[in-house]
Design a protein around this ligand. Sequence first.
Ligand code: FES
Length: 186
Amino acid sequence: MTDVSRRKVLSLLAGGFVAFLASPSAVDAMPTIRAGDICKKLGRRTTEGNKTFECVNSNGKRVWKRVTKTTQPTSTTQPATPTTSEVKVLDSSALTVGKSENVVVNSGGRNFAVVVTRTSAGVFAFNRACTHQGTLVTVNSLNQLECISHGSLFNLTTGAVIEGPASRALTSYKVTERSGAIYLTL
Ligand code: FES
């Protein structure tokens, strides 16, 4: 084989190898993240090619889970959109100091999941939809509002984030108490 034809053969082989590495099928064949791999930060998302993974809690372990574009928040209520109407939610006697109640408030034809708490400082009400992805928060044993999906924690009387991945406070509602009843303005 002459020098020229040997060079041609070598250049064709090298070009084919580069094309293989750059092809989508080659990239797909070598993912760096797979569902079930260990991850570090709950709620973090990353995309590999056309696949998106989210770091979730699974049986006490933090692992990557594949998510699809059609994944919806697990909230069962509408997002908090104020309608500025006052709604009676509880009798005052039903909420003693230190107690929280979960209520569903219908306003403007829509249902809102709300947690109402009475402390010695007053009565506080927040939409229960976690500001991360909408899972409903519940009061935990430390008197914090906790989201079980990815572990966000919120202050029970201010709604502020104590721990992420949520980065925004819960939506709060104005509380009015009169004539033995508690009203929220939604
Ligand atoms: S939905 Fe992710 S922390 Fe609440």
